[in-house]
Design a protein around this ligand. Structure first.
Ligand code: DAT
Ligand code: MG
Length: 144
């Protein structure tokens, strides 16, 4: 079995609106296993580092302000084809374009406050997971 993994963040609007539980249930129901998880309040510097690729974009400052506005829940998730399957589960960046039944369609309140992050490549998933979790904080996926 391909024990692929991805990295995810439940964003401040969803945590604030008490949607952590419902979102975790959708993630588990979609066949993902949680390998690491923690709730943290990002510093401005951490949020800027995480979204460095977007620095200079018109939405960057607003994005950093939003991502530091309250606690987030960071996770490492595994399942077969985790990256693709997770991006499918969360839906398009802009919730108005997201398919019905996706996490963003259900829980996003705008493009900025779109409820959840999912890595866009295995290379970025590795980097993002290492940015948030040490080796001691993660459990490698077990064979099903
Ligand atoms: P995604 O999170 O779907 O990978 P992205 O990497 O292009 O999307 O952008 C990162 C985040 O930045 C996105 O989740 C929300 C915010 N964002 C992107 N485009 C935006 C826009 N046009 N207006 C406001 N926020 C935006
Ligand atoms: Mg992205």
């Amino acid at each position: 079995m391909n024990n692929d993994f991805t990295f995810a963040i439940i964003k401040p609007n969803a945590v604030k609106n008490k949607k952590t539980g419902p979102i975790l249930a959708m993630i588990n129901d979609a066949g993902f296993r949680i390998c690491a998880m923690k709730m943290i309040l990002l510093t401005k510097q951490q949020a800027q580092a995480f979204y460095r690729v977007h620095s200079g974009r018109p939405f960057y400052d607003g994005l950093i302000e939003f991502m530091t506005s309250g606690p987030v829940v960071a996770m490492i998730l595994s399942r077969e084809n985790a990256l693709e399957e997770f991006r499918r589960l969360i839906g398009e960046t802009d919730p108005s374009k997201a398919e019905s039944g996706t996490i963003r369609k259900i829980f996003a309140s705008s493009v900025q406050m779109n409820a959840i992050h999912g890595s866009d490549s295995q290379e970025n998933a590795i980097k993002e997971a290492a940015f948030f979790f040490s080796e001691f904080e993660r459990f490698y996926p077990v064979e099903e």
